[in-house]
Design a protein around this ligand. Structure first.
Ligand code: SF4
Length: 320
């Protein structure tokens, strides 16, 4: 078994109290069995709080969010009371692992950092070097993968070369990636894009407001005028979606749908950035990180939305 991760992975640090969009706000966190047993054994004030703020109803035990959607253990300084009182080892699996994601192959685990976290977003999109994969754990045995998995990894290698070809613009690289799969990219107006995402499940009001603004906007057809530094930013974005989303086709065999989802995720964030630049006259790396965070939280963390995109948007519009 091998564990693979992007080369920036080990540099990640949670910025905790300085985080504007704390992951302890707005997400209902399930608690794994092992940690729940531990929480049940804690005595004193923390034990009382665990009794009070863990719900055993529904599919899985979880922390009950407060009225303003905050985790009941997130204090006014936006720090975690569980860590302060009991140490980091006391976190449940989901809290300890976030914002990491994992894709599993038969003899390999691929790990990455999710763009839903602003600190991860800064690390990923601010990286000026071409991203590489590194092995962070190796049991020393020869890797044994299925034929389908080997095919997906081979195609992904080719895609990585296409998206990291710095002799071309990111737009050209996206076209090349579509062509590599013999897919004719679908041209959409910004209003059509907005309608697609408005038809999906939405969590954050900011996302809905943005989509409505785009839907009601006058035609915006010109692309964002990239400065060199943003070419690299969007290259990283593209690489991220291919690594996270295309790789899942090893599991479900939906190669074309998943490459469409990966490429169009990047394309749509580029459209949002173009829209922002047109509206406000300029755009910064922080803005791009924030739009990527918003998109990732709304889409990548909703299996319903990803499923709908793969089934409806990718299939119907591209005749996959
Ligand atoms: S979103 Fe990221 S930086 Fe913010 S609290 Fe969560 S893990 Fe830390």
């Amino acid at each position: 078994m091998k564990q693979i991760a992007p080369d920036y992975y080990e540099k990640f640090k949670c910025i905790a109290g300085d985080c504007k969009h704390n992951c302890c706000i707005g997400w209902e966190i399930d608690i794994d069995e092992f940690t729940l047993d531990y929480y049940n054994s804690v005595e004193g004030e923390m034990g009382e709080r665990f009794k009070k703020y863990i719900s055993r109803e529904g599919d899985a035990p979880h922390f009950c969010l407060s009225d303003n959607e905050r985790c009941p253990f997130l204090n006014e300084k936006n720090l975690c009371d569980i860590i302060s009182a009991l140490g980091e080892d006391a976190l449940c699996d989901i809290c300890a692992d976030h914002p990491r994601f994992r894709n599993y192959f038969s003899d390999r685990e691929e790990i990455g950092l999710g763009l839903c976290c602003e600190s991860a977003g800064q690390l990923i999109l601010g990286n000026k070097e071409k991203t590489n994969l590194v092995c962070i754990y190796d049991d020393g045995e020869k890797e044994s993968l299925t034929t389908e998995e080997e095919l997906v990894l081979k195609l992904r290698e080719a895609l990585f070369s296409i998206v990291q070809n710095r002799e071309k613009t990111v737009d050209e690289r996206i076209k090349d990636a579509f062509e590599f799969f013999s897919i004719k990219p679908k041209e959409r107006k910004i209003t059509e894009w907005a309608e697609i995402f408005l038809s999906m499940e939405r969590l954050d009001e900011k996302w809905t407001e943005l989509l409505l603004k785009m839907k009601n906007a006058p035609e915006l057809t010109d692309a964002l005028t990239f400065e060199n530094e943003f070419e690299t930013v969007f290259e990283q974005l593209l690489w991220y979606f291919i690594y996270r989303q295309f790789s899942l086709s090893a599991e479900d065999g939906r190669l074309k749908e998943r490459i469409i989802f990966a490429l169009e995720s990047c394309l749509f964030i580029m459209k949002i950035c173009a829209f922002h630049k047109k509206s406000y006259g300029s755009i910064s790396l922080d803005d791009i990180v924030e739009y990527s965070r918003l998109y990732s939280s709304e889409m990548e963390y909703s299996s319903e939305n990803v499923g709908k995109y793969l089934k409806v948007t990718a299939v119907e519009t591209h005749k996959v």
